[in-house]
Design a protein around this ligand. Structure first.
Ligand code: SAM
Length: 309
């Protein structure tokens, strides 16, 4: 059923694509960070309109079988992450790759804390700031455009560094985690959840050519430079002297998320919103099956890492 609707939409999309050649060529010449910025500048308004303030997977129980409202599933993911990591309080929170501030505001409220969110997208930073004002939290929660690979913060500024689905966008994973370590206070907690590819073991073997092609297409469409496996993140954290490193794979718990996103993409207001958002957003919507298929075939994994300094 989805397939038929998708093919119908594809005809319309190919027409729009022709009108967007200049945009595509422009993005091919810009830096990778510029492309991430443009991707989120263009798509965040529509995402908020359809999905709300959280731009991340939902949690559907450990095996992914729980049925629930999509917004609730996203809040449950935040709560489950906190519970898994044992974080019960925080004073100075850094949200690395903050989107429109969904997690920053949620965590600041929950812990009665200060929070700072960084994003590459000026559109996101300004919408997040507006949301902080609307929530009466502007004195405690701030947002700014900054690169996670070169954060404008002094060493040891935060006691909780949170990164929810931004690691996959980082062109230098080591530098990203090194920066998270640098700005974390001694005794503080770093918690990240990120898109990974499957671990490479002697039993599973290297990624096949077909798997690599699948990942390349996923990276191209969702503006990711490359993804790595969870054991690779763990090794990076280990080399940085992080303590008590814990990892977990929650692919089963979050996998159903993409089917929900696919369903929402066929709502009439979304189709209209897609046409207004430009080609990169349309292409991302047309490629949602890439993500659900990635989970189905065991290629895409959802990795968690928690560690202390
Ligand atoms: C999928 S969104 C997740 C947003 C938010 N964490 C949430 O869950 O609602 C990815 C975010 O990572 C940010 N991002 C990607 N690369 C970044 C970088 N190098 N520095 C700062 N933010 C970055 C994007 O701007 C975007 O806000």
């Amino acid at each position: 059923m989805h397939r038929t609707r998708r093919l119908g939409l594809s005809g319309l999309i190919s027409t729009i694509e022709q009108f967007n050649n200049s945009t595509i060529q422009q993005s091919m010449t810009s830096t990778f960070q510029d492309q991430v910025q443009q991707f989120y500048d263009a798509s965040s308004g529509l995402w908020e309109q359809v999905w709300g303030e959280h731009m991340h997977h939902g949690y559907y129980g450990p095996t992914g079988r729980e049925k629930k409202d999509r917004r609730q599933a996203q809040i449950d993911l935040i709560e489950e992450l906190l519970s898994w990591s044992g974080v019960e309080q925080a004073e100075q929170i850094l949200d690395v790759g903050c989107g429109i501030g969904g997690s920053s505001l949620y965590l600041a409220q929950k812990f009665n804390a200060n929070a700072t969110g960084i994003t590459l997208s000026p559109v996101q930073a300004s919408r997040a700031t507006e949301r902080a004002q609307e929530a009466g939290l502007a004195s405690r929660v701030q947002f700014q455009v900054a690169d996670a690979l070169k954060m404008p913060f002094a060493d040891e500024s935060f006691d909780f560094v949170w990164s929810l689905e931004s690691g996959e966008h980082m062109p230098d994973k080591e530098q990203f985690i090194r920066e998270c370590y640098r700005v974390l206070k001694v005794g503080g907690t770093f918690l990240m959840a990120t898109w990974c590819h499957r671990p490479i073991t002697s039993a599973t073997g290297e990624l096949t050519a077909d798997e690599q092609q699948h990942l390349q297409e996923m990276c191209r469409v969702y503006c990711l430079p490359y993804v790595i496996s969870l054991p690779e993140y763990e090794a990076i954290a280990g080399n940085l002297s992080f303590q008590n490193i814990c990892t977990a794979d929650w692919s089963d718990a979050v996998g159903p998320f993409w089917d929900m996103v696919i369903d929402s993409a066929f709502e009439p207001t979304v189709i209209l919103g897609l046409l207004q958002s430009g080609w990169s957003t349309i292409e991302a919507a047309l490629s949602l099956r890439l993500m659900s298929r990635g989970y189905e075939r065991g290629l895409t994994h959802y990795g968690l890492l928690c560690a202390h300094k």
